[in-house]
Design a binder for this molecule. Structure first.
Ligand SMILES: C[S@@+](CC[C@H](N)C(=O)[O-])C[C@H]1O[C@@H](n2cnc3c(N)ncnc32)[C@H](O)[C@@H]1O
Length: 233
Protein backbone atom coordinates (compact mmCIF):
# COMPACT_ATOMS: atom_id res chain seq x y z
CA UNK A 1 0.00 0.00 0.00
CA UNK A 2 1.31 3.44 -0.91
CA UNK A 3 1.63 5.96 1.89
CA UNK A 4 2.64 9.59 1.83
CA UNK A 5 2.90 9.52 -1.95
CA UNK A 6 2.26 12.01 -4.71
CA UNK A 7 1.47 10.32 -8.03
CA UNK A 8 1.73 12.40 -11.15
CA UNK A 9 -0.70 11.52 -13.93
CA UNK A 10 -4.35 11.03 -14.76
CA UNK A 11 -6.37 9.77 -11.80
CA UNK A 12 -8.46 7.54 -14.06
CA UNK A 13 -5.24 5.55 -14.71
CA UNK A 14 -3.23 6.07 -11.52
CA UNK A 15 -6.08 5.01 -9.22
CA UNK A 16 -5.98 1.56 -10.84
CA UNK A 17 -2.69 1.00 -8.93
CA UNK A 18 -4.52 1.32 -5.59
CA UNK A 19 -6.09 -1.81 -4.08
CA UNK A 20 -9.82 -2.10 -3.38
CA UNK A 21 -10.96 -0.87 0.05
CA UNK A 22 -7.61 0.71 1.00
CA UNK A 23 -8.49 4.37 1.69
CA UNK A 24 -10.11 5.79 4.85
CA UNK A 25 -11.25 9.18 3.52
CA UNK A 26 -11.29 11.06 0.22
CA UNK A 27 -11.07 14.86 0.38
CA UNK A 28 -11.09 16.42 -3.05
CA UNK A 29 -11.59 19.60 -5.01
CA UNK A 30 -12.13 18.52 -8.64
CA UNK A 31 -12.34 20.88 -11.62
CA UNK A 32 -15.84 22.40 -11.33
CA UNK A 33 -16.41 22.00 -15.12
CA UNK A 34 -16.83 25.75 -15.61
CA UNK A 35 -13.85 26.54 -17.88
CA UNK A 36 -12.44 28.83 -15.18
CA UNK A 37 -9.79 31.48 -15.89
CA UNK A 38 -8.52 33.82 -13.20
CA UNK A 39 -7.49 37.48 -13.54
CA UNK A 40 -3.90 36.44 -14.30
CA UNK A 41 -5.12 34.16 -17.11
CA UNK A 42 -4.44 30.94 -15.18
CA UNK A 43 -6.80 28.03 -15.90
CA UNK A 44 -7.49 24.55 -14.50
CA UNK A 45 -6.75 21.42 -16.58
CA UNK A 46 -9.88 19.49 -17.65
CA UNK A 47 -12.18 22.23 -16.37
CA UNK A 48 -14.28 21.89 -19.52
CA UNK A 49 -13.81 18.13 -19.93
CA UNK A 50 -16.36 16.16 -17.91
CA UNK A 51 -15.15 12.88 -19.42
CA UNK A 52 -11.74 13.36 -17.77
CA UNK A 53 -13.20 14.17 -14.35
CA UNK A 54 -16.48 12.35 -13.65
CA UNK A 55 -15.36 8.71 -14.25
CA UNK A 56 -12.79 9.16 -11.46
CA UNK A 57 -15.64 8.76 -8.93
CA UNK A 58 -16.12 5.11 -9.96
CA UNK A 59 -12.50 4.41 -8.95
CA UNK A 60 -12.83 6.43 -5.74
CA UNK A 61 -15.77 4.28 -4.70
CA UNK A 62 -13.72 1.14 -5.34
CA UNK A 63 -10.63 2.21 -3.36
CA UNK A 64 -12.57 3.53 -0.34
CA UNK A 65 -13.03 1.12 2.56
CA UNK A 66 -16.64 0.04 3.29
CA UNK A 67 -18.68 2.58 5.28
CA UNK A 68 -16.47 5.60 4.62
CA UNK A 69 -16.84 9.10 3.17
CA UNK A 70 -15.74 11.20 0.22
CA UNK A 71 -15.81 14.97 0.84
CA UNK A 72 -16.09 16.65 -2.54
CA UNK A 73 -16.02 20.40 -3.18
CA UNK A 74 -18.44 21.31 -5.93
CA UNK A 75 -20.03 24.45 -7.36
CA UNK A 76 -23.69 24.60 -8.38
CA UNK A 77 -23.01 25.13 -12.10
CA UNK A 78 -22.34 21.50 -13.01
CA UNK A 79 -24.17 19.99 -10.05
CA UNK A 80 -26.50 17.80 -12.17
CA UNK A 81 -23.49 16.19 -13.90
CA UNK A 82 -21.68 15.61 -10.59
CA UNK A 83 -24.70 14.20 -8.76
CA UNK A 84 -25.34 11.79 -11.66
CA UNK A 85 -21.68 10.62 -11.58
CA UNK A 86 -21.74 10.19 -7.79
CA UNK A 87 -24.95 8.13 -7.95
CA UNK A 88 -23.62 6.03 -10.84
CA UNK A 89 -20.47 5.26 -8.82
CA UNK A 90 -22.61 4.15 -5.84
CA UNK A 91 -22.27 7.18 -3.55
CA UNK A 92 -25.15 8.62 -1.51
CA UNK A 93 -25.20 12.32 -0.55
CA UNK A 94 -25.33 12.41 3.26
CA UNK A 95 -24.34 16.02 3.94
CA UNK A 96 -23.65 19.43 2.43
CA UNK A 97 -21.14 21.88 3.91
CA UNK A 98 -21.28 25.58 3.07
CA UNK A 99 -18.54 28.14 3.75
CA UNK A 100 -19.68 31.78 3.75
CA UNK A 101 -17.43 34.48 2.26
CA UNK A 102 -17.16 38.17 3.16
CA UNK A 103 -16.70 39.00 -0.52
CA UNK A 104 -18.24 37.96 -3.85
CA UNK A 105 -15.95 35.79 -5.96
CA UNK A 106 -18.17 36.41 -9.00
CA UNK A 107 -21.57 37.86 -9.89
CA UNK A 108 -24.53 36.67 -11.97
CA UNK A 109 -28.18 36.51 -10.89
CA UNK A 110 -26.70 36.52 -7.39
CA UNK A 111 -23.41 37.64 -5.87
CA UNK A 112 -21.44 34.43 -5.27
CA UNK A 113 -20.52 34.47 -1.60
CA UNK A 114 -20.19 30.85 -0.68
CA UNK A 115 -18.24 27.67 -1.39
CA UNK A 116 -19.65 24.23 -0.81
CA UNK A 117 -18.71 20.58 -0.50
CA UNK A 118 -20.83 17.44 -0.54
CA UNK A 119 -20.43 14.60 1.94
CA UNK A 120 -20.74 11.35 -0.03
CA UNK A 121 -21.07 7.97 1.64
CA UNK A 122 -19.92 4.57 0.52
CA UNK A 123 -22.15 2.27 2.54
CA UNK A 124 -23.44 3.43 5.91
CA UNK A 125 -20.71 5.15 7.96
CA UNK A 126 -21.66 5.72 11.60
CA UNK A 127 -22.31 9.44 12.31
CA UNK A 128 -19.81 10.98 14.78
CA UNK A 129 -21.00 11.88 18.30
CA UNK A 130 -20.19 15.59 17.65
CA UNK A 131 -20.93 16.19 13.94
CA UNK A 132 -19.06 18.91 12.03
CA UNK A 133 -21.26 22.03 11.60
CA UNK A 134 -22.40 22.35 8.00
CA UNK A 135 -22.01 26.14 7.91
CA UNK A 136 -18.45 27.44 8.28
CA UNK A 137 -16.53 30.66 7.71
CA UNK A 138 -14.41 30.75 4.54
CA UNK A 139 -10.65 31.35 4.78
CA UNK A 140 -9.18 32.73 1.55
CA UNK A 141 -5.96 31.02 0.44
CA UNK A 142 -4.64 33.93 -1.63
CA UNK A 143 -4.34 31.50 -4.61
CA UNK A 144 -0.55 31.85 -4.49
CA UNK A 145 0.23 28.30 -5.58
CA UNK A 146 -2.82 27.50 -7.73
CA UNK A 147 -5.68 29.51 -9.34
CA UNK A 148 -8.32 27.63 -7.30
CA UNK A 149 -6.25 26.82 -4.23
CA UNK A 150 -8.04 25.88 -1.00
CA UNK A 151 -6.40 27.02 2.20
CA UNK A 152 -4.96 24.53 4.67
CA UNK A 153 -7.18 26.25 7.29
CA UNK A 154 -10.25 24.98 5.37
CA UNK A 155 -9.01 21.43 4.65
CA UNK A 156 -7.32 20.55 7.96
CA UNK A 157 -10.51 20.90 10.08
CA UNK A 158 -12.35 18.62 7.63
CA UNK A 159 -9.63 15.97 7.90
CA UNK A 160 -9.61 16.22 11.69
CA UNK A 161 -13.41 15.94 11.88
CA UNK A 162 -13.85 13.04 9.46
CA UNK A 163 -10.77 10.85 10.12
CA UNK A 164 -8.40 9.76 12.85
CA UNK A 165 -4.59 9.94 13.16
CA UNK A 166 -2.85 7.41 10.91
CA UNK A 167 -5.77 7.18 8.44
CA UNK A 168 -5.06 7.25 4.70
CA UNK A 169 -6.44 10.39 3.04
CA UNK A 170 -6.70 10.43 -0.75
CA UNK A 171 -7.06 13.44 -3.07
CA UNK A 172 -7.21 12.51 -6.79
CA UNK A 173 -7.27 16.18 -7.92
CA UNK A 174 -4.44 17.40 -5.71
CA UNK A 175 -3.51 20.68 -7.43
CA UNK A 176 -0.79 22.39 -5.38
CA UNK A 177 -0.93 19.74 -2.64
CA UNK A 178 -3.18 21.35 -0.02
CA UNK A 179 -4.97 18.15 1.04
CA UNK A 180 -1.66 16.28 1.43
CA UNK A 181 -0.16 19.17 3.42
CA UNK A 182 -3.22 19.27 5.71
CA UNK A 183 -3.10 15.47 6.14
CA UNK A 184 0.62 15.54 7.01
CA UNK A 185 0.12 18.39 9.48
CA UNK A 186 -2.69 16.51 11.23
CA UNK A 187 -0.81 13.20 11.54
CA UNK A 188 -2.63 11.36 8.75
CA UNK A 189 -1.10 9.52 5.78
CA UNK A 190 -1.77 10.89 2.30
CA UNK A 191 -2.00 9.83 -1.32
CA UNK A 192 -2.32 12.66 -3.82
CA UNK A 193 -2.74 12.42 -7.60
CA UNK A 194 -2.29 15.39 -9.92
CA UNK A 195 -2.21 15.62 -13.72
CA UNK A 196 0.19 18.54 -14.12
CA UNK A 197 3.88 17.92 -13.45
CA UNK A 198 4.47 21.50 -12.26
CA UNK A 199 1.83 21.09 -9.51
CA UNK A 200 3.22 17.65 -8.55
CA UNK A 201 6.65 19.27 -8.08
CA UNK A 202 5.11 22.14 -6.12
CA UNK A 203 3.19 19.73 -3.88
CA UNK A 204 6.43 17.79 -3.20
CA UNK A 205 8.18 21.03 -2.24
CA UNK A 206 5.34 22.01 0.12
CA UNK A 207 5.46 18.54 1.72
CA UNK A 208 9.24 18.73 2.22
CA UNK A 209 8.58 22.02 4.02
CA UNK A 210 6.04 20.25 6.29
CA UNK A 211 8.51 17.39 6.97
CA UNK A 212 11.24 19.91 7.94
CA UNK A 213 8.76 21.78 10.18
CA UNK A 214 7.75 18.54 11.93
CA UNK A 215 11.41 17.50 12.39
CA UNK A 216 12.16 20.85 14.04
CA UNK A 217 9.05 20.45 16.24
CA UNK A 218 10.13 16.93 17.27
CA UNK A 219 13.71 18.07 17.91
CA UNK A 220 12.53 20.87 20.19
CA UNK A 221 10.13 18.46 21.99
CA UNK A 222 13.04 15.98 22.44
CA UNK A 223 15.30 18.77 23.72
CA UNK A 224 12.65 19.90 26.22
CA UNK A 225 11.99 16.28 27.13
CA UNK A 226 15.68 15.52 27.79
CA UNK A 227 15.88 18.78 29.74
CA UNK A 228 12.87 17.60 31.77
CA UNK A 229 14.57 14.21 32.19
CA UNK A 230 17.73 15.92 33.46
CA UNK A 231 15.66 18.08 35.79
CA UNK A 232 13.83 15.00 36.98
CA UNK A 233 17.08 13.01 37.45
C1 LIG B 1 -9.58 22.62 -8.51
S1 LIG B 1 -7.94 22.11 -8.72
C2 LIG B 1 -7.42 21.60 -7.10
C3 LIG B 1 -6.75 22.71 -6.33
C4 LIG B 1 -6.31 22.25 -4.94
N1 LIG B 1 -7.45 22.08 -4.07
C5 LIG B 1 -5.33 23.21 -4.30
O1 LIG B 1 -5.55 23.66 -3.15
O2 LIG B 1 -4.31 23.51 -4.93
C6 LIG B 1 -8.13 20.59 -9.58
C7 LIG B 1 -6.83 19.94 -10.04
O3 LIG B 1 -7.13 18.69 -10.67
C8 LIG B 1 -6.18 18.46 -11.70
N2 LIG B 1 -6.78 17.47 -12.61
C9 LIG B 1 -7.73 17.67 -13.54
N3 LIG B 1 -8.08 16.51 -14.11
C10 LIG B 1 -7.34 15.53 -13.52
C11 LIG B 1 -7.25 14.12 -13.67
N4 LIG B 1 -8.02 13.46 -14.56
N5 LIG B 1 -6.37 13.45 -12.90
C12 LIG B 1 -5.58 14.09 -12.01
N6 LIG B 1 -5.63 15.44 -11.82
C13 LIG B 1 -6.50 16.15 -12.58
C14 LIG B 1 -5.93 19.83 -12.31
O4 LIG B 1 -4.68 19.89 -12.95
C15 LIG B 1 -6.03 20.74 -11.06
O5 LIG B 1 -4.76 21.04 -10.55
Amino acid sequence: MMNNTILCGDSKDRLKDLPDSSVDLVVTDPPYLVNYRDRKGRSVANDANAEAVLPVFDELYRVLKPNTLCLCFCGWTALPEFTAAWAKAGFRIVGHIVWTKDYASSKGQTAYRHESAYVLAKGWPKPPPEPFADVQKWVYSGNRFHPTEKSVEIIAPLIKAFSKPGDVILDPFLGSGTTAVAAALTGRRYIGIELEQAYCDLAERRLHGVARFRQRQNASTDANQSGDDRDAA
